[in-house]
Design a protein around this ligand. Structure first.
Ligand code: F3S
Length: 290
């Protein structure tokens, strides 16, 4: 019995950068993040110990407090609000998200902007904010089918979208416009993690996906893997159950972009212990039989 790790898993560049910026800012004085910094409670707790408070609107910021913007980004109004209130911004918006925001802002002047992604996700709300009123977000192919005709459409993706879904929607959008400008804003880190999870899930008996359950990219990894093999999604090693490993000869391990290495290592260690125990039991059983 073996454990194989996905070639690409865990923290992406944008999340790593956001944590470094927040940790550094927290060390210099009163600091808060606008919403939990990442979709991982263990990391949020760690940063709280370092002094990073979590607030949910600019109004809640205290006088003199620095405000960290998460990697998901925010609409322009948030920057304006902070400026009016004299709040210093530490901008941890991922540069790839900023690129999508800039594209949305410049494209909305001469085309209707469509963002393919989770409408309730802060990243999508932020990108839409940069596009202004000449834009909307859609999640499903059915929503694309229901769209009216627009003379010109620019389509962008939430950075964590599955490529295949994005391009299925793109195909449909061609029927709803005279000119379609496709901006593939799916992040390479997301694609790499999804591709290596898919590749691994195809050759193992069981997949363990580690990450915050509210993390969009972790949920997508879970859905990709469960389409290929038996899959369990967990946040920490404590959730692992020994019984899952009883019949697994090869188990795969992957993790979302907001999962720190130390959690992945804890999970790996516990999985190894379970598998070792199963091997000993099997050896003992074969001795009894002979
Ligand atoms: Fe940025 Fe991609 Fe991570 S958009 S936050 S590097 S998943």
């Amino acid at each position: 019995m073996t454990i194989q790790r996905a070639a690409k898993a865990g923290f992406c560049f944008g999340v790593k950068r956001a944590i470094e910026l927040a940790e550094k800012a927290a060390g210099t004085g009163l600091t808060a993040s606008l919403g939990p910094l990442i979709h991982n409670q263990q990391v949020v707790d760690y940063l709280a110990e370092k002094g990073l408070e979590v607030i949910h609107s600019v109004d809640e910021a205290k006088m003199g407090q620095q405000l960290v913007i998460r990697s998901h980004g925010v609409p322009p109004e948030t920057y304006e609000e902070a400026k009016e209130r004299g709040i210093t911004i530490i901008d941890a918006t991922c540069p790839y998200v900023q690129k999508a925001q800039r594209m949305a802002a410049s494209s909305s002047a001469n085309s209707f902007v469509i963002v393919v992604g989770d409408k309730s996700h802060p990243e999508v709300k932020g990108i839409l904010g940069w596009a202004g009123s000449n834009a909307l977000a859609i999640e499903t192919l059915a929503e694309a089918e229901d769209l009216p005709y627009y003379p010109r459409i620019t389509v962008l993706a939430q950075t964590t979208q599955q490529k295949s879904h994005f391009f299925t929607v793109v195909e449909e959008l061609k029927k709803h416009t005279g000119e379609l400008i496709v901006q593939n804003t799916i992040c390479a880190a997301t694609e790499e993690r999804q591709a290596s999870a898919r590749e691994l899930a195809e050759k193992v008996d069981l997949m363990i996906v580690v990450g915050g359950l509210s993390s969009s990219n972790t949920r997508k990894l879970g859905s990709i893997c469960s389409g290929k093999t038996k899959t369990y999604c967990i946040e920490t090693a404590e959730e692992l159950l020994e019984i899952w490993f009883t019949d697994a000869k090869i188990t795969g391990l992957t993790a979302g972009a907001s999962t720190p290495d130390w959690i992945i290592e804890e999970v790996y260690k516990k999985m190894s212990e379970f598998m070792e125990k199963t091997q000993i039991q099997e050896a003992e059983e074969s001795v009894v039989k002979t």
